[in-house]
Ligand binder design. Structure first.
Ligand code: GCU
Length: 608
């Protein structure tokens, strides 16, 4: 009995929830990596037969898991052996990539798919550390490596990683994932959304090898109140972390500064330079930055800028800016399905630039890192959001921990990105005491983790008292955010388009206002008179009247209309018009620009 308990404890100690207990690697984007992208064998497992025994007990919590546990990658010992699966004889899925858009018979599938990748890997130095990095997997991933459970990750849109230094072999490693995209009430997001629930290993998978003592985290930013100072900090991890010399180089600014870390491996710095060219949408200047700590060197491309609010103004580099935005879902404009490549990012953000945007709202979840890197390069300010969307289980502690972990993971990934200026806590969430506690706690956590960016959330507007033609923001969370953002659909879900001409906005908060959503559905190529739903003319007329209405809001400092492109949603089933697409895009899923595109483009041209 004792042996069983010991073995069980051994398995359990190796099973860690990737909620911050894992050593996170900084900037995997520019680290040398061994890619595991490509074809992975897969098994569709709707009954989770490869995970539970017939008594519904998880195999990976048994001291001697049955051979039928898929994570063991079992093979029959001889002709008498009973093994009822074989990854190596299965079809493949491309990673990164959702399964829905790759396989016709998985188009609507919500459940478990097992993935397997086998590979050889020889460490370049036996003392090195080895990490397994996932850009994202939607929604719940159980990760097994060479028969050992590494851990579980919840959340479909943020990176996670595990150290495998002691487990990796020179040959025949097998990495197995159980990915389950079932929607669950306590999830983040919860059961109900307006987007396609693309499941799978949706972003890159790679192996990263570092020296035993390595740079695990860093922050390099412009000082908030002095544009000639670059400041930040560096954390190194490993047996040699204490009192270690770390060097920062920014060759273009002739910066080459060294410092020593504390006994915990932490070092902070301030470097002055009179020549810093500030990053902005008009001058998206990125500097090559190099950090050297012993045998570990990291390079990054960093833009230097400041962002703050002052009264009703948003100040970028101390100058007031109007955010000419558009909302975007993470769908590939090239092949459909989840976007995951730099090519996808450049097409999507290229459309935003052609609209005259200086700002994008990446809805409703953290997008892949290529989008953020491309925004840095193209000079687009970014609103990043976690999928605390609609009717979240506000009083469930695990739900809160999941939301907090997702914002932590995206901050860790994007903390050095000049383009990211806003962390959004939520979208269209119904006010209640539990919801207010949840969001206030999340905002407090976010500010503690990153006090250099602005907090917002897409709130909802209400009638002022009983007057349906006077609208106001009475949401208590409006007192917490830095930027007051809200969605409004007057003329689509709320009355006729002419109603826009009768609305008064009563915004009492002395804060900048962003309209985070407005819009109307239109089928590209469908034409008619401007009151006919689904015509391009209806959408065009709504944009014309909405923009006139919104311009009357004195504190208006930005809009991000819904949405750049038509996108897939199971909620949108009107035949010959929607056919599983939400048609509020200014551009069809085939890249065709609707008439309203040009209304918004002209409006932005008129805004200096
Ligand atoms: C909501 C929601 C979006 C949704 C949109 C719509 O505002 O935030 O996710 O797609 O409305 O109804 O089209």
């Amino acid at each position: 009995m004792l042996l069983r308990i010991f073995l069980l404890l051994t398995i359990l100690t190796q099973t860690t929830l990737a909620f911050g207990q894992q050593q996170r690697l900084a900037n995997t984007y520019h680290r040398d990596a061994f890619s595991l992208n490509g074809y992975w064998q897969y098994i569709v497992d709707p009954y989770e037969n490869g995970y539970y025994n017939y008594r519904y007990e998880p195999f990976d919590q048994q001291s001697q898991p049955w051979a039928s546990a898929f994570f063991l990658n079992s093979k029959p010992k001889d002709k008498t052996d009973l093994i009822e699966y074989d990854f190596d004889k299965m079809d493949s899925l491309s990673v990164p990539g959702d399964w829905n858009s790759q396989k016709e018979n998985l188009f609507y599938y919500e459940g478990t798919v097992w993935y397997k990748k086998s590979f050889d890997f020889v460490k370049s130095d036996a003392t090195n550390k080895v990490f397994l990095y996932f850009g994202a997997a939607n929604y719940k991933a159980e990760v097994y490596f060479n028969g050992k459970k590494l851990g579980t990750h919840l959340g479909g849109f943020t990176p996670f990683q595990f150290e495998i230094s002691e487990l990796i072999k020179d040959q025949e490693n097998h990495l197995i994932l159980k990915v389950d995209n079932k929607r669950v009430k306590e999830g983040v997001p919860t059961l109900n959304t307006d987007w396609w629930n693309y499941g799978g290993i949706t972003r890159a998978v790679k192996i990263i090898e570092t020296p035993e003592t390595f740079i695990s985290k860093y922050l390099i930013q412009l000082a908030p109140n002095d544009h000639s100072i670059i400041k930040g900090n560096i954390q190194i991890t490993g047996t040699q972390k204490a009192n270690r010399e770390v060097t920062i180089k920014i060759p273009e600014l002739a910066i080459h500064q060294s410092m020593n870390t504390s006994d915990t491996g932490f070092g902070s710095f301030e470097i002055s330079s009179s020549k810093i060219e500030l990053w902005s949408p008009n001058t998206a200047k990125l500097y090559q930055v190099e950090i050297i700590a012993g045998k570990d060197t990291i390079t990054d491309l960093i833009g230097f800028r400041t962002i703050k609010t002052k009264g009703t103004d948003i100040l970028l580099n101390n100058k007031s800016i109007f955010l000419k935005g558009i909302s975007i879902h993470e769908e590939s404009p090239i092949r459909g399905g989840r976007a995951n490549s730099m090519e996808d990012a450049e097409v999507l953000l290229g459309h935003a630039k052609s609209l005259g945007c200086n700002f994008v709202r990446l809805a409703h979840y953290p997008h892949n890192e290529h989008m953020i890197r491309a925004a840095d390069k193209l000079g687009l300010l970014v609103w990043e959001e976690i999928p605390v969307y609609w009717t979240i289980a506000w009083d469930n502690e695990k739900t809160y921990a999941n939301a907090q972990n997702q914002i932590a993971e995206v901050i860790e990934r994007d903390r050095n990105r000049a383009s990211v200026i806003i962390w959004s806590m939520a979208n269209e969430t119904p006010t209640s005491a539990a919801r207010n506690v949840f969001l206030n706690k999340l905002a407090k956590f976010t500010r503690a983790k990153d006090n250099s960016r602005l907090i917002s959330a897409a709130l909802e507007q209400k009638n002022y008292k009983d007057d349906p033609f006077t609208r106001t923001i009475s949401d208590p969370f409006a007192e917490v955010v830095d930027i007051l953002s809200f969605n409004q659909y007057i003329g689509w879900y709320d009355g006729t388009i002419e109603k826009c001409q009768k609305i008064n906005w009563k915004i009492t908060q002395n804060k900048p206002v962003i309209i985070s959503e407005f819009g109307a559905g239109a089928k590209f190529g469908l034409h008619g008179e401007k009151h006919e739903r689904w015509t391009e003319e209806y959408q065009e007329y709504l944009y014309q009247e909405t923009l006139k209405m919104l311009d009357q809001i004195e504190q208006l400092r930005g809009v991000s209309p819904w949405i750049l492109m038509d996108f897939k949603s199971p909620r949108r089933v009107l035949p010959e018009i929607q056919d599983n697409f939400n048609r509020k895009g200014l551009i069809s899923e085939k890249g065709e620009k609707k008439k309203a595109f040009f209304v918004l483009k002209e409006y932005y041209e008129s805004k200096k």
